[in-house]
Design a binder for this molecule. Structure first.
Ligand code: LMR
Length: 337
């Protein structure tokens, strides 16, 4: 064979082979991250999930595809944790109240009423040693904790004005599945009703429950204000999230992809936490403007009556949540019971 011809055939084979390799690489299916959550897109968590999708897909140059399923489309709260452990979804951001039923009761420290006065106090816990040690407890459940995302402070809604703890007596109040929240409602003389988030609107509409507690952004986006005549700005507790992934999936990712996803999560978290307060303030303003619910602001004396009724729930839950965890939070925030 003519030398030149031989070389060009050989070169042709090399080029064809490298095209095939490149073709295969680009045709390789992306790694899919199914991210399921129960709230609307236009909420702090909904926006955080969208931001993570954007950063993750950009930074991995399409090697990762994030599919976000909002509004309990895939799983209701109460079902999603098991779905993550089984690998049916890879990522979730359940509210911190959802970790007690998983068996990691220390997370219920975040449900204790009046535990945090503001976001800054809360962040000293989530950004500090307590936040890290809580994440370590998830590993044995096959879960890795990636970030804490804020929602905000809870208000109380009903069809009657709630100004004093006594006003809560006998009301059927929807709560998330949490022993601490059960005790909180009992301390007010109310009847706690555990129910999935997606079912609350209808339960309010049909009178299955009289009211609920949640953040303004959750209430507004679920239209609770359309079926509740009064909302009290009680700020009696906090709702936030832990963004978590299936450990087997996470550990099995190529190391460079994992690093890129960590950086995407870091920036999504920054954005989510920066806007959470504004989202809740805006939602409250939109409720006010709708004219559908009357908004009640508590006087200082009324607020301290709610505190007096609810702070004993800390002590009551000491053995469940863990005295060490509660005290570590007190120490971090400077809370005095
Ligand atoms: C709830 O009331 O169930 C909410 O915490 C849902 C959520 O994820 O914000």
């Amino acid at each position: 064979m003519n030398n030149w011809r031989g070389i060009s055939i050989a070169a042709g084979i090399v080029i064809a082979a490298s095209i095939a390799v490149a073709g295969n690489a680009s045709a390789q299916a992306p790694i899919v991250v199914k991210f399921s959550h129960v709230v609307a897109v236009d909420t702090p968590k909904g926006k955080g999930a969208e931001a993570f999708k954007k950063f993750a897909e950009q930074r991995t140059n399409g090697r990762v595809k994030v599919e976000v399923y909002p509004n309990s489309q895939l799983f209701k709260d109460g079902e999603e944790m098991e779905a993550l452990q089984l690998g049916s979804v890879q990522m979730l951001a359940p509210s911190l109240a959802k970790f007690g039923p998983l068996g990691v009761r220390e997370f219920e420290v975040f449900d204790l009423p009046f535990m945090f006065d503001n976001y800054a106090e809360l962040h000293t816990v989530t950004d500090g040693e307590v936040g890290k040690s809580l994440f370590r407890k998830l590993e044995s459940k096959g879960i890795v904790g990636l970030a804490y995302w804020d929602n905000g402070f809870k208000v109380m809604s009903a069809n009657k004005p709630l100004r004093t703890p006594e006003d809560m007596k006998g009301l059927k109040m929807r709560i998330q599945s949490s022993k601490v929240l059960t005790d909180e409602m009992r301390a007010l003389g109310a009847i706690p009703q555990v129910m999935a988030f997606s079912e609350v609107y209808q339960a309010m509409q049909t009178g299955v429950v009289d009211g609920s507690e949640n953040t303004p952004s959750n209430m507004f986006t679920q239209k609770h204000h359309e079926v509740q005549k009064y909302i009290t700005l009680s700020d009696h507790g906090y709702i936030g999230y832990a963004v978590i992934v299936n450990k087997k999936f996470w550990d099995g990712l190529p190391a460079d992809v994992r690093t890129m996803l960590e950086s995407a999560m870091k920036d999504a978290t920054k954005g989510a936490n920066e806007f959470a307060k504004k989202d809740n303030d805006d939602a409250m303003e939109a409720i006010r403007k709708s004219g559908k619910s009357e908004i009640i602001t508590l006087t200082a004396a009324q607020k301290s009556a709610w505190k007096k009724a609810l702070v004993p729930v800390h002590k009551e839950n000491e053995s469940r949540v863990g005295k060490d965890t509660i005290e570590a939070v007190y120490k971090t925030t400077g809370f005095k019971p």
